[in-house]
Design a binder for this molecule. Structure first.
Ligand code: DGJ
Length: 308
C-alpha cells in the first residue's frame, strides 16, 4: 500500500466530521493518535471554546473519537484556559524518560487575539488524556506562535516555533521531561516569516516544511534541510508539484508523518481553512517523496498534487 492509499480523512468511525485542526500525529505502541484544535460551530470558532481533541487509529484510515483531552475552562475568566482563549497547533509526544505524554500548543489569553504569543504545556499518563494543564510561558522570554514538536533518534525533545512576530523560527531543545525549554535554542530563517512548521528526518538529515505568513489564506509552501537542527539550513523551494502548487492546493502544512509501510515515503498533512466557519475546515493528506534534483545537493522533498 503506498501513501496514495491513505486518503485525506474526513469522518470518524461514527460518521461524524473529524474535528482536529492544525494538529499532529503521535505514533505510540502501534497506534496513531491525532491531536488537534476542536473547533466549535459558528462565527466565534476562531477562539477556543472547547479545547484540544484526540482521535486514535491503527491504520491512519479509521479514526475513533477519543474526545476532548484538554478542555477550556468555562467558569473562571481568570484562568489562562478560560473559554474564548486561543489554542492553536497542538502537538503531543511521548517522553520515554518519564513515561508521560506531553502536549504543547500556541496559546493566547482570552481577549488577546494573537498578541500575547505564548506557549501552553500539559501532560498526561495516557495518550488519550485527560491532559493536566501545567502553564503558559514564553520560552526563553521569546514570542511563541505556530509550533511543532520533534523527538530525535537520541530521545532529545525539540520545540520548533515561530518567534520575533513570526519573522524567525526558533529550534529549542527541551528538558529531559520535555516540559521546559532549555537555553539551547537555534534561530533559523530570520526574516523569512515561516509559519506552520513541520520537522522530520530522512536519510540522517533534518527536513522542514513550512508555510508563508498570510493569516488563514493559503500560500506557497517552503522546504529546507540541514545536517543538524543547529543548521546550516539549505532552502529547497516550494515542495508542491502540479496544479495549485503555488497555494499548496488551498491548504497549509501542519505535520509530516513517515509512511507506515513505505520507507522513504511520508504523508504531508495540511488544513484547508474555512475562516468564517472554522469547523468546516477540511484535511488534505498527500504523498511526500524525495528526489535529488540538483547534483551534489541533498535530496529535496516533493509533494504530489491531490488526485481529486
Ligand atoms: C496562520 C497560522 O498558521 C494559524 O495557526 C493561525 O494563527 C492564523 N495564522 C491566524 O491568522
Amino acid at each position: 500500500m503506498n501513501s496514495k492509499s491513505i486518503p485525506s480523512p474526513s469522518v470518524d468511525t461514527e460518521g461524524h466530521p473529524i474535528n482536529a485542526h492544525g494538529g499532529g500525529i503521535l505514533h505510540h505502541d502501534g497506534s496513531y493518535y491525532w491531536y488537534g484544535e476542536c473547533r466549535p460551530p459558528g462565527p466565534a470558532s476562531q477562539n477556543a471554546l472547547i479545547g484540544i481533541s484526540c482521535y486514535s487509529s491503527a491504520d491512519l484510515i479509521a479514526w475513533k473519537n477519543e474526545g476532548v483531552v484538554l478542555s477550556v475552562i468555562k467558569d473562571d475568566d481568570s484562568h489562562p484556559l478560560a473559554a474564548g482563549c486561543t489554542v492553536e497547533r497542538p502537538k503531543a509526544v511521548y517522553c520515554a524518560h518519564t513515561g508521560k505524554f506531553v502536549l504543547w500548543w500556541h496559546h493566547d489569553l482570552k481577549g488577546w487575539g494573537h498578541a500575547g504569543a505564548l506557549a501552553g504545556v500539559a501532560t498526561s499518563d495516557s495518550p488519550t488524556g485527560p491532559f493536566t494543564f501545567i502553564r503558559t510561558l514564553k520560552p526563553n522570554w521569546r514570542m511563541f506562535r505556530d509550533c511543532t514538536l520533534f523527538v530525535d533518534d537520541d530521545s532529545s525533545g525539540w520545540l520548533v516555533y515561530a518567534s520575533d512576530d513570526n519573522a524567525t523560527l526558533v529550534i529549542n531543545r527541551l528538558s529531559d521531561d520535555y516540559l521546559e525549554p532549555t537555553p539551547i535554542a537555534y534561530r533559523a530563517f530570520s526574516g523569512r516569516f515561516m509559519e506552520a512548521p513541520c520537522i522530520f528526518k530522512y536519510d540522517a538529515r533534518y527536513y522542514l516544511i513550512a508555510s508563508d505568513c498570510t493569516a488563514w489564506h493559503p500560500n506557497e509552501a517552503r522546504s529546507a534541510s540541514a545536517p543538524s537542527l543547529a543548521g546550516p539550513w539549505l532552502e529547497h523551494g516550494n515542495p508542491c508539484l502540479g496544479p495549485g502548487a503555488e497555494i499548496t492546493y488551498g491548504a497549509q502544512s501542519t505535520y509530516v508523518l513517515p509512511h507506515p509501510r513505505n520507507p522513504g515515503e511520508f504523508i504531508f498533512m495540511a488544513d484547508r481553512w474555512v475562516p468564517e466557519r472554522m469547523e468546516d475546515s477540511s484535511y488534505l493528506w498527500l504523498p511526500l517523496t524525495f528526489r535529488q534534483t540538483v547534483p551534489i545537493q541533498p535530496a529535496r522533498p516533493l509533494i504530489s498534487p491531490p488526485q481529486d
